[in-house]
Design a protein. Sequence first.
Length: 206
Amino acid sequence: MINKALYGLRSSGLRWHERFADTLWDLGFTASKADSDVWMRETSDVYEYIAVYVDDIAVAAHNPEHIIQQLKETYKYKLKGVGPLDYHLGCTFECNKDGTLYYHPKKYIAQMMEQYERIYGEQPKMFVSPLEKGDHPELDSTSELDDQGIKQYQSLIGSLQWLITLGRFDIATAVMSMSRFRVAPREGHLDRLKRIYGYISLLISP
C-alpha cells in the first residue's frame, strides 16, 4: 500500500490522479462522461467545474476561492500560482469589454520565438504560409542531421504540436507532415520547420 508516491516512479502519475479524483468525489464533483478530467457539480442554479491536467487545475465557480481554501486546509494540498485565470497551460486568458472570457497563445508563441533565437541566434524569417504549395518533404535528399540537430528538430516539433492543441489548427497539416521525419530528419526538413516558425511569428509581429 503506497502512502506517499514520489515523482519519477512509473506509478506516480496514476497514484496522483487517483488521490485527486478521490478528493473531488469527496467535494461532490463527478467526472464528465465526455472528458474524465473535467469535473462538475450542481449548485443551486449553476454548475461548477474543475478542469484537471496532470497537476494543473482551473476552477470555474461563483466562489473559486472557497474551493481552493478547502483543497489547502481540509485536504492539505500545497498550491502555487493561485488567483484569477490569466495564463494556463500555454494560453493567455483575457476578457472583452463586455466581460466575455477568451484565450490566445501569443505569450506561448513569444516563448517559442525566444527558444528559437537561443538555438539559432536569430529570429525566423517570416512567411505567409506554413509550407510551400506542392511541397514533397518525403523526397528531400539533403544531408541527415547529427544527434544535436535531431534533438533540436524534435524539440521544435514538440512545441508546434502543443501550439496546435492551443488552437492553431492552421498549422496542423504541415506539422503532421513534418512529424513523420522526427526519427531521422534531414537539413531540408529542419528548414521546413523553420518556415513554420516564421509563419506563426506573424501573429506576434509588431
